[in-house]
Design a protein around this ligand. Sequence first.
Ligand code: GLU
Length: 476
Amino acid sequence: MHRASEPSFRESVDLMFARAVKLMDLPPGMEEKIRVCNSTYTVRFGVKLRGAIHTFTGYRAVHSEHMEPVKGGIRYATSVNQDEVEALAALMTYKCALVDAPYGGSKGGLCIDPRQWDEDEMERITRRFAYELIKRDLIDPAQNVPAPDMGTGEREMAWMADQYQRMHTTDINGRACVTGKPVNAGGIQGRTEATGRGIQYALQEFFRNPGDVKAAGLSGTLDDKAVILQGLGNVGYHAALFLSTEDGARIVCVIERDGAVSNPDGLDIDALRAHIVETGGVKGFAGGAYTEDGSAQLEADCDILVPAALEGVIHMGNAANVKAPLIIEAANGPVTAGADEILRDKGCVIIPDMYANAGGVTVSYFEWVKNLSHIRFGRMQRRQEETRHQLIVDELERISSDASINWTLSDGFKDKYLRGAGELELVRSGLDDTMRGAYNDMAEVWRTRDDVPDLRTAAYLVSIGKVAASYKAKGL
Ligand code: GLU
């Protein structure tokens, strides 16, 4: 997607990094130590499929080992390449630091079109790729913990975890070798929705800060805001679903591979998703008007633009035409460094990827902790919490039964109050807390420092500061 005149994805990340470090006072050499990617492993392996040997190319880049294990997803796409994997690994370092997930940054990728292969073939390819990485400790609960990314999901994570366990039969913590597993194979409730849920929590926190909302030229709350979303994959779907059904936002346009579908009253996201699953695209969806030129819709009028697909979709060629006053980067790297500058000059506020889409790795962290502690969150406390709540409800009911006091409990209070938090409620609570905290750490720098022009620079300042402190503490 990047134009010849623009830097590559990795260079784009480095440029944004460089802009931030200029504003910092780092010890000599620290800037370079943090910026460079520590190592990238490339593997080419063969799998016998359909009567022939097929050779696949895969990568696992480790950007920073200031904390271990290192963490980051594995992407399956034909466009995967070393530059992209290294850019994404760097973003993982900064992302984990910003949300206090105790990891270094890593990322993996396999050059493959998953739609070309059936499930059994995908399993063989995935197990073989996992074997290559496990052999070199590039999948390991203590050293390197992959997760889903574009083109991968629970299914692939379950195969990888099983492959690890076959090769390390006595490792009691083996399940913690990857996150994003199905709940019945050591996963955690709320991981699949986590990145989309994080987008929602990020926007909610943004709109809790009227000064920040004003800086974007907006006012009010999320209610009735017009949203254009690009990419109705796992992240985009959950973000759009929660924003429209829980916060009152109108998803006025969804851009997909085959075009865009618009409805000024708001699209029915579940119906649209079902249509895409059935037909492979948005064309023909009855609940909105179809246009073939999807990317033109990135430039349409709206309050909030949510690029939730690939990197580099807002570039120097279209940034000047983007009208959205607020962009939240659900994808990694959707705005190039050149476009970032154009948009900033126009006054557009960008909630940057390393913060906005950190919900995924945050809940991955909870899953990893669950795997290492071998117990589901809430298992010990839930009923005890309910028993204590019951005491209060009994007492309130006793008081309200006194005829001389004209007082009753509100409808629904008892049921809501009595229910102790299960794993899903706890995961959402931990995620919400993380997104609120990280937003304010980042926004505070933006609000208080005149030399920090935007949230992205502020996010880099916070995260680079944390990585630098960690290297310093280690005595490096
Ligand atoms: N692939 C996701 C990301 O880019 C999740 C990574 C993880 O959970 O480790 O943040």
